[in-house]
Design a protein around this ligand. Structure first.
Ligand SMILES: Nc1nc2c(c(=O)[nH]1)N[C@H]1C(S)=C(S)[C@@H](COP(=O)(O)OP(=O)(O)OC[C@H]3O[C@@H](n4cnc5c(=O)[nH]c(N)nc54)[C@H](O)[C@@H]3O)O[C@H]1N2
Ligand SMILES: Nc1nc2c(c(=O)[nH]1)N[C@H]1C(S)=C(S)[C@@H](COP(=O)(O)OP(=O)(O)OC[C@H]3O[C@@H](n4cnc5c(=O)[nH]c(N)nc54)[C@H](O)[C@@H]3O)O[C@H]1N2
Ligand SMILES: [Mo]
Length: 765
């Protein structure tokens, strides 16, 4: 069995002193070192707020705060002393701000007043809340149909805000819920529902303490889920195997110095994380997993032929699963040549992965965007589930499926009803509890919403957080679509470029952030609740003074709009907005699992939402876990790119200094990029084959087969250890070349990790 390649051992560790220095820098740069540091001490503590950074779970005895560099950045960014005041908006026209960078615009600071766009002066101007709600309500009522409105949610919204928001949209009359998760883990939800009957992972944080092998697929935790690295590090120190599949050698997955470990920090030491690191080509994971399964089946045949016990968990397969024979036939029929070409891995590498799999009693598979943002992502997620089924790795300690979520409450938002196609039982319960008649026709996801706006079928856009224009593909198309709307309403903490794509009537409404104290009319402190990747639901209460006295909670803003748009005869919006306990009481009567919500959520770690699959209850049509028998795609993008000279497949990922479209800084420390974001990472041999030089400047051209020119201008070529034919660069800048009319099968997720591009050298470069 091969160990980690020697090159790994030399590289500098992630985390460590660099992370601490970077934290100090961000706290100071936010102009609020004290509030930020105080706030950080309360993040993810039983009596503090949920860190807005990511959705990783919290430890049982979290008495000392869990240090996380990127959590510090998220908190400092929110608790900044900078302000985007009416005076700022008076100085700059919206057309001018449209030319600013993502970084510069958010860096202006926290919004302080509700603002309305004034077309005559091309500026945002402060308004009264009451007038804003009245006009938004009137505009919504004027639509020809409620289905002309889009209700977008970004996954930071609390359970309370999201529940009230979906109630608003459904009592108004639409299921149009485009949601950031449509661009994110949709394939995990769709795939897991089909395979195990629930669209969530089956792993608890504690399971990481017992696993013998952890497969980390298409994920960069050092940047995006830093607290997960602590758990991987502990697993690795116990001798568990950590096998990574990633086209890029992400430094944090190689070595990690835990800033929480004083001795390691003083010694300047670091722990190796990955015991095995393989670099598949983009979109090659399904083929790689299939290869592992092919070896497992072949070895199992040999064992049985020799009269020895099966390598498979035959009891689990017989009692709990359905469809193994069809899948097995499909696996056996898949030729090795196809597996190797598509995965970009050799037989030997895949065999090593099979050794890791077969050598473990308890296996966990984790994954994120490297798996979910391809055309065949649903099939890939299901192939991962298939592999774990073979040895009964679902529904027992130390094993399971673990899609690692993105936004801190994206999973909770879905649980409480942000779903364009919610199950019938949910709508029935909602109608009964509130005396409304929710529409039953499925609504729009993100791509449907874009198409509807482009075609003029949707005329109103409401954004509960997020940055729709920058997070979605084909940026110029989406910006134009928003600007063609009659009404745009953005609920936000800071200004971003998406807010500058204004409809005819446009509002920018400032809300409290998660770190800030919220009190109701009686002075009672409010808490909100969120659900993490491990289905733990817990409370979150801010500690900082609000950034401005004019801010309202998200819940209050939603209630204000709803009261005007649908009236308060049937639903007392104001009462719910004044007491989150009331919202929770009503939610607990709609959604099973939330009984005694208000009591249980005040316990230190909150409570666990029962997950049927972890108890081996399969809510699939057959009542069993379903093996999927999808064939491998005939070809994935890197294979088709080879046919056209100069074509590459591009993945768009995150730098270390950003949170999605929020750019904290211009460095990507672990990848050695400083002071810039317009870079493309390319294999040195590909650079030579293109006749280019490292550091040359190029334009990135997307496909134009639909007659639309797609270009992102002026990027620097960085020679990088990345498989040939595959290139990488940062989102949101590169969304200009990701097409809005191509998407994952069954998930409708944009192909953010497999976009076909060519390069055009810039003259003089
Ligand atoms: N600090 C910080 N934290 C965050 C975020 C943030 O922007 N900043 N975003 C949050 C959100 S919303 C999300 S969804 C998560 C995102 O978390 P990640 O999924 O880690 O995010 P990406 O930066 O897109 O990284 C994708 C990783 O997958 C690899 N990859 C790309 N394509 C493939 C492939 O085809 N196969 C394999 N095996 N690997 C591939 C890339 O090289 C990269 O390492 O993080 C959350 N946490
Ligand atoms: N090319 C490409 N595109 C991608 C991806 C990719 O990997 N590649 N990743 C996709 C993924 S995984 C995701 S999740 C989406 C993210 O899409 P979104 O969730 O829409 O985008 P964010 O950048 O997270 O949103 C940032 C904005 O949220 C607002 N905000 C921050 N905190 C709060 C708050 O507490 N309340 C409110 N109301 N607003 C707040 C701020 O104004 C900030 O500007 O992008 C997707 N787009
Ligand atoms: Mo995400």
């Amino acid at each position: 069995m091969t160990d980690a390649a020697p090159a790994l051992k030399k590289s500098k560790a992630a985390g460590g002193w660099g992370a601490l220095r970077s934290c100090g820098k961000h706290l100071l740069a936010s102009g609020s070192a004290l509030a930020g540091a105080k706030a950080m001490l309360k993040a993810n503590q039983p009596d503090g707020f949920d860190c807005p950074g990511c959705a990783w779970g919290d430890p049982e005895h979290g008495s000392s705060f869990e240090f996380c560099e990127n959590g510090v950045k998220a908190v400092a960014w929110e608790s900044t002393e900078r302000r985007a005041t009416p005076a700022f908006f008076a100085r700059h026209t919206v057309s001018e701000l449209r030319g600013w960078s993502d970084y510069d615009l958010e860096n202006v600071g926290r919004l302080t007043h509700p603002m309305r766009y004034d077309a005559a002066t091309d500026r945002y101007v402060a308004v009264d809340w009451a007038d804003a709600f009245a006009e938004i309500g009137a505009e919504l009522r004027k639509l020809n149909s409620p289905n002309e409105a889009e209700f977008y949610t970004s996954g930071r919204a609390s359970n309370e805000a999201a529940f009230l928001y979906q109630l608003f949209a459904r009592s108004f009359g639409t299921n149009n819920f485009p949601d950031c998760s449509n661009m994110c883990h949709e394939a995990s939800g769709v795939g897991l529902i089909a395979s195990i009957g629930i669209g969530k992972g089956t792993v608890l944080l504690e399971d990481f303490h017992h696993a013998d092998a952890i497969f980390v697929i298409g994920q960069n935790p050092a940047t995006n889920h830093p607290r997960m690295l602590g758990d991987l590090r502990k697993a690795s120190m116990r001798g568990a195997r950590v096998a990574v599949l990633n086209p890029i050698r992400e430094r944090g997955l190689e070595k990690f110095a835990d800033p929480q470990d004083k001795i390691e920090m003083l010694r300047g030491g670091a722990t190796s994380i990955a015991t095995h690191y393989f670099q598949p080509k983009l979109g090659g994971d399904m083929a790689a997993i299939r290869g592992v399964a092919k070896i497992v089946f072949a070895r199992d045949d040999l064992e049985k032929a020799a009269g020895r016990p099966s390598l498979l968990d035959e009891e689990f397969i017989a009692r709990h699963t359905h469809g193994i024979e069809t899948w097995r036939a499909e696996v056996i029929a898949t030729p090795w040549g196809h597996i190797e070409d598509q995965s970009g891995l050799t037989y030997d590498e895949i065999e090593t992965l099979a050794d890791v799999y077969l050598g473990a009693e308890r296996v966990i598979a984790t994954w994120a965007m490297g798996v979910t943002q391809h055309k065949h992502s649903v099939a890939t997620v299901r192939e991962i589930a298939n592999l774990l089924f073979l040895r009964g790795h679902v529904g027992r300690e130390g094993a399971g499926l673990c899609p690692v979520r993105g936004h801190s409450n994206v999973q909770g938002d879905r649980t409480v009803g942000i779903n364009e196609n919610a199950p019938g039982w949910f709508l029935d319960n909602l109608d009964k509890e509130f005396g409304i008649a929710s529409p039953r026709t499925p609504g729009h996801n993100v791509l449907h919403a874009i198409h509807a706006m482009v075609e003029g079928r949707s005329k109103a856009f409401i954004g509960l957080g997020g940055n729709f224009a920058r997070a979605t593909p084909d940026t110029p198309v989406v910006e134009a679509a928003l600007r063609a709307c009659r009404l745009t309403v953005q609920i936000a903490t800071k200004p971003n470029l998406g807010h500058m794509a204004v409809g005819e009537v446009a509002y920018l409404l400032p809300c409290l952030g998660r770190t800030e104290i919220e009190r109701n009319s009686k002075g009672k402190v409010q808490i909100v609740t969120v659900e993490d990747s491990m289905s733990m639901v817990h409370g979150s209460g801010g500690i900082n003074k609000p950034a401005s006295p004019h801010l309202k909670s998200e819940v209050a803003i939603i209630a204000g709009m709803a009261a005007e748009a649908v009236g308060s005869q049937v639903i007392d919006w104001a009462a719910m907005a004044d007491d989150n306990d009331l919202i929770r009481d009503r939610l607990s009567r709609v959604i099973p699992g939330f009984e005694d919500y208000n009591v249980r959520v005040r316990k230190p770690r909150g409570f666990w939402l029962r997950n049927s699959a972890t108890e081996r209850e399969w809510r699939t049509p057959s009542g069993r876990a379903e093996f999927s028998a999808a064939p491998l795609p005939v070809e994935v993008e890197h294979q088709s790119a080879r046919k056209t000279e100069g074509q590459f497949v591009l993945q768009t990922f995150r730098s270390h200094d950003q949170y999605n479209t929020t750019v904290y800084g211009l460095d990507d420390r672990y990848r050695g990029v400083y002071g810039e974001r317009r870079v493309v990472f390319i294999n040195p041999q590909d650079i030579a084959a293109m006749g280019a030089e490292p550091n040359a400047r190029v334009d990135v051209l997307g496909s134009s087969e639909d007659g639309r020119a797609r270009v992102a201008e002026d990027f620097r070529i960085v020679a990088y250890d990345i498989p040939r034919g595959c290139v990488a660069g940062y989102y949101p800048e590169l969304n200009a070349v990701v097409p809005f009319n191509k998407a994952g099968e069954g998930s409708d997720t944009p192909l953010s990790k497999s976009t076909l591009v060519t390069f055009r050298q810039r003259s003089g470069a």
